[in-house]
Write a protein that binds this ligand. Structure first.
Ligand code: URA
Length: 260
């Protein structure tokens, strides 16, 4: 990947090193280091007691994009629906090859109905742009440069509190179906709740980053949540390394797949 002068300047400004495949000789071998984290089962086992509010949601697994979006908009499976302005489904091209998974909508996302539009989202967009990636649906970019962004939860928890295990379990089928429909070439899991949902792991981000995991066979790279990076800017360089690893995985995959 060639960096424009503007991009190089931006990366230097962020205190990030410039990525190029040649400059990341270790990345390819790290790609092989698949984590020893147990894979989530293909279809998570049904809970012993199905909460009554979930009982009506048996068909998520077969929904197409419009029906899934509608199911999310109408969802009343947990108490988060009581306080939301609107649900936050996801954004990006349905053929995007990258998928970014975050935690839950915050105040700005709840108001605008789009994930990662607040300060953390602006940082995320800058980091993606440095890799020539975009969430925009319009535009000439090929699928390899497109990112689909979704959250683990589709509704904002009050005062941005942590999601509860029950909220995560009830919302998970939506994310699972989004991944099935998108069939991304690469997943970037940001922060501990995305990691819990996708890798079934309570390990810290710091323990899981720097290698390639798998979700249902899809390569998955773990990194810090951008809101954490805003509070801990020293870890931006580590997060940039994670994105470079992800870019390397995506590039290796594109080579393996051959020309479109
Ligand atoms: N944090 C997230 O995890 N997701 C958003 O959409 C916004 C902030």
């Amino acid at each position: 990947m060639a960096w424009s002068e503007r991009q190089q300047g931006m990366l230097r400004e962020m205190g990030l090193r410039v990525w190029s495949p040649a400059a990341s000789p270790g990345a390819a071998s790290r790609v092989e280091a698949v984590a020893a984290v147990p894979l989530p089962p293909a279809s998570p086992p049904a809970p012993a007691v199905v909460p009554p509010r979930l009982a009506a949601r048996t068909d998520i697994a077969g929904l197409d994009w419009p029906a899934l979006r509608e199911a999310v908009a109408e969802c009343r499976a947990c108490g988060l629906c009581e306080n939301r302005t609107q649900t936050v489904f996801g954004v990006g091209h349905p053929q995007a090859q990258w998928m970014v998974v975050g935690e839950a909508p915050g105040e700005s996302e709840d108001l605008q109905g789009e994930p990662f539009v607040g300060a953390a989202g602006q940082l995320l967009d800058r980091m993606l742009a440095a890799l020539q990636l975009t969430r925009r649906v319009e535009g000439p970019e090929p699928p390899a440069q497109r990112v689909y962004i979704a959250n683990t939860l589709k509704c904002r928890p009050p005062r941005n509190r942590n999601p509860s295990p029950q909220e995560m379990a009830l919302c998970e089928p939506f994310l699972v179906r989004q991944i099935e429909l998108l069939r991304p070439r690469l997943i970037l899991a940001m922060g501990r709740f995305a990691i819990q949902a996708l890798l079934r792991s309570d390990e810290a981000v710091g323990k899981l980053r720097g290698r390639v995991h798998r979700y249902q066979g899809v390569p998955l790279v773990v990194t810090y949540h951008p809101a954490y990076l805003l509070r801990n800017p020293r870890d931006k360089a580590r997060s940039w390394d994670d994105l470079c690893l992800a870019a390397q995985v995506a590039e290796d995959d594109a080579v393996a797949q051959g020309p479109p």
